[in-house]
Design a protein around this ligand. Structure first.
Ligand SMILES: [Zn+2]
Length: 429
């Protein structure tokens, strides 16, 4: 028996409004806004402290189990904070007439359908987990979150934020934290945390794009469009297409997201800027999707989903590690032409990804390959997991690399990573 339910689907309590936005409101708002922002920050900190006190055990990666099980339940907290609250709408029931209840129900459905119909995933945990949402949480509460077991939505105060069910990608984002918790379990700090946030933005955007029937070229690539109330200068919480441009407002400040590694924000707040530096992998995803063209969930989405489930993706993966795997997975899913689009997308956000050379190691021969450029390479061998066995250096004349390691068994898989996007040839003679 899996422990996903006991551990609440794994991962984190993740809020859609990051602390850097709430802190701006706590500085710049009216007395009432400042008070509400401080309350929201305090609720956030309470959940975060609980998370630290009770670290979630990373669940095993799950391969599909059982028939698809779509079972939504939408509750109201009636402006209190008890969870899940009073049940309003169950799976298969018609619209309730409460717009927040019905939007939440539809968003849960669109998210379930993306994962089930495109990726063959049976709910968040791939084991038919019930999808639960509570709306009308708190008094004009300015946030929405996934607590590891369910979604929770505030109504917003109507002057800074509208109701949080208004943006279907917010639901896709939050529920994807559950998927990440059940798969890669990327740690929620620094680069792995920004990857965790980015993966949620990517699939949140795909939920929206698919529900609207939009191609990569047609999509707005905004996260939380419609959430900012009238009078706030901005279009959304984040822009995957142009990170750093979603809002610029006297109350909220300016969108702090970087769009390139050269602008990476080193900060102690927001768990090391997980909602800030996610702009970099977000843009790589956007660039990949538009370069491939068509529906993003079929191209870039499949590459990213395969990467999320890839056993080589560690909980502490850095941007480059994740990027390398997307390249390898693009190659195995779609071939060299798409692989090269992914390499270029990462290059354009300042991450030079290695093409991954793969072959079966044959103990009888040394494996060599050449590169047209002087560069460095690293060899990884798969035996018990992946381990780095040596740094390869070119011979300086022919730029020929030789893999000298003989410690692994014949037939072991070898991956070689090269530190720039290069044309190369592999020989395993
Ligand atoms: Zn998030």
């Amino acid at each position: 028996m899996r422990h996903l339910h006991a551990h609440g689907g794994g991962g984190c309590t993740c809020f859609i409004i990051p602390p850097h936005m709430l802190e701006k409101i706590a500085e710049n708002g009216t007395a009432d806004q400042r008070e509400k922002a401080r309350q929201a920050l305090s609720i956030d900190r309470t959940f975060r402290a609980q998370r630290v006190a009770q670290p979630l055990q990373a669940p095993d990666r799950i391969q599909g189990a059982g028939a698809l099980h779509k079972n939504r339940r939408t509750y109201t907290a009636n402006h209190g904070t008890g969870l899940p609250g009073t049940l309003v709408r169950s799976e298969g029931q018609g619209a309730s007439g409460d717009v927040a209840v019905d939007e939440a129900y539809d968003g849960l459905g669109a998210t379930f359908d993306l994962y089930a119909q495109v990726y063959g995933r049976n709910s968040i945990d791939d084991n038919g987990m019930d999808l639960i949402a509570t709306v009308h949480y708190g008094n004009k509460y300015n946030n929405a979150f996934w607590n590891g077991a369910q979604m929770v939505f505030g109504d917003g105060d109507g002057t800074i934020f509208n109701r949080f069910t208004i943006a279907i990608d917010v639901e896709g984002h939050e529920l994807t934290h559950g998927v990440t918790g059940a798969t890669a379990a990327l740690e929620y700090h620094d680069q792995p945390g920004a990857l965790n946030e980015s993966v949620s933005d990517c699939f949140g955007s795909l939920v929206k794009q698919r529900s609207l029937g939009q191609t990569a070229a047609q999509a707005d690539w905004l996260i939380g469009a419609g959430l900012l109330a009238a009078g706030i200068h901005g279009v959304a919480l984040r822009s995957m297409k142009a990170p750093g441009t979603a809002y610029d407002d006297p109350l909220l400040g300016k969108d702090p997201q970087p769009d390139h590694m050269s602008k990476y924000v080193n900060t102690a707040s927001d768990n090391g800027g997980v909602h800030i530096n996610s702009g970099i992998p977000n843009k790589a995803f956007y660039l990949t999707a538009v370069a491939i063209g068509g529906n993003s969930w079929d191209g870039a989405g499949k590459i990213w989903y395969k990467t999320l489930l890839d056993s080589r993706l560690t909980k502490t993966a850095q941007f480059l590690d994740f990027a390398n795997l997307t390249v390898d997975n693009a190659n195995s899913l779609f071939g060299a032409a798409v692989r090269d689009k992914v390499i270029k997308a990462w290059h354009d956000v300042g991450i030079d990804v290695a093409p991954v050379l793969s072959w079966q190691y044959n103990k009888a021969v040394l494996s060599t390959f050449t590169s047209p450029h002087q560069t460095n390479a690293w060899a990884y061998i798969q035996d018990n997991g992946w381990r780095k066995v040596q740094t390869l250096t070119p011979d300086g004349v022919h730029n020929m690399f030789t893999l000298l390691t003989e410690s692994q068994s014949s037939g072991a898989k070898v991956h070689v990573y090269v530190d720039a996007a290069l044309i190369y040839q592999a020989y395993s003679a």
